[in-house]
Design a protein around this ligand. Structure first.
Ligand SMILES: Nc1ncnc2c1ncn2[C@@H]1O[C@H](COP(=O)(O)OP(=O)(O)O)[C@@H](O)[C@H]1O
Ligand SMILES: [Mg+2]
Length: 366
């Protein structure tokens, strides 16, 4: 097992800088996810850790030792990709044990380790089959089995579940988490899927354009996104953003949007400043008209059984509310909403940065 340190890591592809000076500390035994939109540099950064991509600047340390110039095989790392290549003519057991065989491990020991990995991954009945006789999910588990038997210091995953269907993805996600609980091997896991990133991680790193936007415990990032980008990226359905402007005329600052008003404190911005109000769908609370922060017309209802997503229109702005299932909701109906003041986020419209403003307590949500 090992800790990993990234110090001012840079990657240039010719004149293009894909990774722009990344500092990151990964604790021994932790599970870190890299998440961000396509092209933000997740794979590049992971491949730099693996030694598959040359480092243009900065330092990479594994267990305190600078490994910038070490070959991949000298780094004691196992990587699992989205496209896993299994040897088609070998049995599953041979595929899993192949790396051990190449290292000259004794036959009985290989067999023992293959059996152990197969137990963990629940693929024991498949060991005598050939890869061609397996489903995509089973093949992906075999690829993980190969990584497990190596017992490396670090596991690296690059979108390993992207080719699987939705249900299998969720099953495999659980399995990967269970595996980490069991082995406690330091893991970096790359995904563009924020749900995967949130559910798997001890520590989540959100990247954009080769820069870390925010990092921390998944729940902390969720509760306190430092920008509109992070707020909208993490969470599903995504955070509602309502454009407003600040009015300080009466001495008491308030945000106005359409005919609605939200009194705030801590606002030091200028009169007229444009501010985005962010409220997550699960934080909108249905209420009476008198208590409402705002009212919106229901456009589409999506009943999920466990809850219902109501997509409403507030002027031109689409607002999604996550509501308890109630068959009486109808499209076209006006719904009134309030929210807990401390569940409302504020961002500078122009920069997208989080603002240190608080909403005054709202009547029905107190
Ligand atoms: N071999 C390469 N040569 C030039 N540019 C590359 C190369 N690999 C990746 N890039 C660029 O670097 C950026 C980051 O890519 P990548 O790490 O693959 O993103 P992600 O995995 O987050 O989708 C992208 O703009 C991509 O086009
Ligand atoms: Mg990638």
């Amino acid at each position: 097992m090992a800790s990993i340190e990234l110090e001012k890591l840079i990657k240039n592809y010719g004149a293009f800088r894909a990774i722009k000076g990344i500092d990151l500390s990964i604790e021994d035994g932790s599970f870190v996810t890299f998440v961000g939109p396509s092209g933000c540099g997740k794979s590049t950064l992971l491949r730099m850790v693996a030694g598959l991509e040359e480092i243009s600047g900065g330092k990479l340390k594994i267990d305190g030792r600078v490994v910038n110039d070490l070959e991949p095989r000298e780094r004691d790392i196992a990587m699992v990709f989205q496209d896993y290549a299994l040897y088609p003519h070998m049995s599953i057991a041979e595929n899993i044990g192949f790396g051990l065989k190449m290292r000259g491990v004794a036959k009985a020991e290989i067999s023992r380790q293959v059996q152990e990995a197969a137990d963990i991954l629940q693929i024991t009945p498949l060991l005598e089959r050939k890869p061609g006789q397996l489903s995509g999910g089973q093949r992906q588990r075999v690829a993980m089995g190969r990584a497990i038997v190596r017992r490396p210091q670090v596991y690296l995953f690059d979108e390993p579940l992207s080719n699987l269907d939705a249900k299998l993805r969720v099953d495999m996600r659980t399995q990967i988490k269970r595996l980490h609980t069991l082995l406690k091997t330091t893991t970096i896991y790359v995904t563009h899927d924020q749900v995967e990133a949130m559910t798997l991680a001890d520590h989540i790193v959100i990247l954009k354009d080769g820069v870390i936007m925010q990092q921390g415990k998944p729940v902390s990032v969720y509760e306190r996104p430092i920008s509109r980008f992070v707020g909208e990226f993490i969470g599903s359905p995504k955070m509602n953003i309502i454009e407003s402007h600040l009015v300080t005329d009466a001495g008491r600052p308030e945000l106005r949007f359409g005919e609605f008003i939200l009194p705030v404190t801590g606002a030091t911005a200028l009169n007229g400043a444009k501010i985005d109000i962010g409220i997550r769908p699960e934080h909108l609370i249905p209420c009476t008209q008198e208590d409402a922060l705002f009212s919106a017309r229901t456009d589409v209802l999506e009943p999920l059984g466990s809850d219902t997503h109501a997509i409403c229109l507030l002027g031109d702005t689409e607002i999604t509310a996550r509501l308890a299932p109630d068959p009486s909701y109808q499209p076209g109906q006006i719904l009134h909403f309030t929210a807990d003041a401390d569940k409302i986020h504020f961002f500078d419209t122009k920069s997208g940065d989080r603002l240190d403003i608080s909403a005054m307590p709202l009547v029905a949500a107190v």
